[in-house]
Design a protein around this ligand. Structure first.
Ligand SMILES: [Mn+2]
Length: 436
């Protein structure tokens, strides 16, 4: 097990100063009769432990001589025959650096002792199945105060610390994994691009993306893949992915791979026929320019709002030129928010162990100043739904172009690399078709 998890626990405990933190693993989520959704570990729990099995709880108690306690599923030969190997208590101690480890079944009984005389409890209510257990332990201690047992009096959301720690990616080891997740996401996108001439349905492209990311070593998609052909591209989170691909339409693919917990998130929009029509190219170049200026603006000292404003300026000016609005005044299109009919989401979200990563976007009610080690998406788009006020020749076109950036000392590193210039995309599609 990498040292990085122990280092993160030390830093977490320095920020806690005192008290005790309870960080549960994500629950298994059942459906149907005895079936389960594919298991996705909780990122806070994983960040601190590197442990990927369900039914586990990490307890951190700074100042204690055995500060890291891990509750885990114990070994069970019957269950392991059905569902695979478990680390067990022994594995928690030997492989995950736990100072003490117990079977998860003992958590409720041990909790009052763990909380006793700790002034602060770092625990997120409403996010796990243990709220009742925690409240019972607090109540039990409250009943014994005259004997010198005191429960925590202050309860704090651990995300106040973990969100800030996870927001900054400054460890070489974690940056390498993050780069790899973005590289796999990029390679899988390129594999899909090369298969496009031979695909007939959105489902084919989704399948090609999944095949590529699994072959490249990723564990899963970072989020449900979006493959949206033609007018489906105007639905921002379209996930049906089963419509026919019609020559003449664009197809918007928003997909990412998760590698050792780290998430890539890339969107590209391609012409199904192999070449962009005049109208498609006009809109595409506007989105691409909005994407370029946002990347150029991504550096320490700015804000996500300021980066977005750069994109919105380009998108709005482009739409004004193409006659999208009754007015030719770009400023009023921006100030009155008219552009939002065609660009209704934000340009960036934090990115990391969660695709929509943690960390506050505002400080004191204002957009926070970004700094080295922060990572986010750059994803402007234009979505011209049929029935909108735009010139009819643009109706049904949806375009998004998304890359992932990590802020450096004085700019940013673009972590993702998939062709996005029109001539590059058309050349690759022509070459792919001819190679077969
Ligand atoms: Mn995104």
């Amino acid at each position: 097990m990498s040292e990085i998890f122990a280092k993160r626990r030390r830093i977490m405990m320095e920020h806690m100063q005192e008290g005790v933190a309870i960080i549960p693993a994500a629950p298994v989520r059942p459906y149907g009769n005895g079936l389960e959704y594919s298991y996705v570990p909780d990122s806070n729990f994983y960040y601190l432990t590197g442990y990927r099995e369900p039914e586990a709880i990490a307890v951190l108690r700074p100042g204690h001589e055995r500060p890291f306690v891990l509750f885990v599923r114990d070994n069970d030969s019957f269950a392991e025959t059905w569902f695979g190997k478990r680390s067990g208590v022994k594995g928690a101690l030997e492989n995950y650096g736990a100072d003490e480890a117990y079977p998860i079944g003992e958590f409720a009984a041990k909790l009052p002792e763990l909380l006793n005389n700790k002034p602060k409890l770092f625990y997120r209510f409403g996010a796990s199945e243990y709220d009742g257990t925690v409240l019972s332990a607090i109540a039990a201690l409250r009943g014994k105060m005259r004997l010198g047992f005191y429960p925590p009096r202050t309860i704090i959301d651990p995300d106040l610390i973990l969100g800030e720690l996870r927001l900054f990616k400054n460890e070489a080891e974690e940056i390498d994994l993050f780069r790899k997740a973005c590289q796999i996401s990029s390679e899988a996108h390129i594999a899909v691009l090369k298969k496009l001439p031979f695909c007939n349905n959105e489902a084919d492209l989704e399948g090609e993306f999944y095949l590529a990311l699994r072959r490249l070593g990723a564990e899963r998609v970072s989020f449900n893949t979006i493959v949206a052909a033609g007018v489906n591209g105007c639905t921002l989170h379209y996930e049906e992915n089963r419509a026919a691909l019609n020559r003449g339409d664009l197809v918007l693919i928003d997909a990412g791979a998760q590698y050792q917990g780290w998430c890539g998130d890339i969107s590209r929009t391609y012409p199904i026929s192999g070449t962009f029509s005049k109208e498609q190219a006009e809109l595409y170049e506007i989105v691409l320019e909005a994407h370029r200026v946002a990347i150029a603006a991504s550096r320490p000292g700015t804000t996500l709002d300021a980066i977005m404003a750069e994109s919105v300026k380009v998108l709005s000016a482009g739409m004004v030129n193409l006659g999208f609005f009754p007015t030719k005044d770009v400023n009023s299109v921006i100030e009155e928010g008219l552009y939002k009919q065609y660009f209704m989401h934000r340009v960036s979200h934090w990115l990391g162990l969660d695709c929509h990563d943690v960390g506050d976007y505002h400080i004191g009610g204002k957009a926070r100043i970004v700094d080295k080690g922060m990572a986010f998406s750059i994803e402007p788009g234009l979505y011209v739904a049929p029935g909108s006020g735009a010139p009819e020749r643009y109706h049904g076109i949806g375009i998004r172009i998304e890359d992932d950036v990590l802020l450096t000392d004085n700019g940013c590193e673009v972590l993702t690399a998939v062709p996005k210039e029109i001539n590059e995309i058309e050349a690759i599609l022509a070459q792919a078709k001819n190679a077969n």
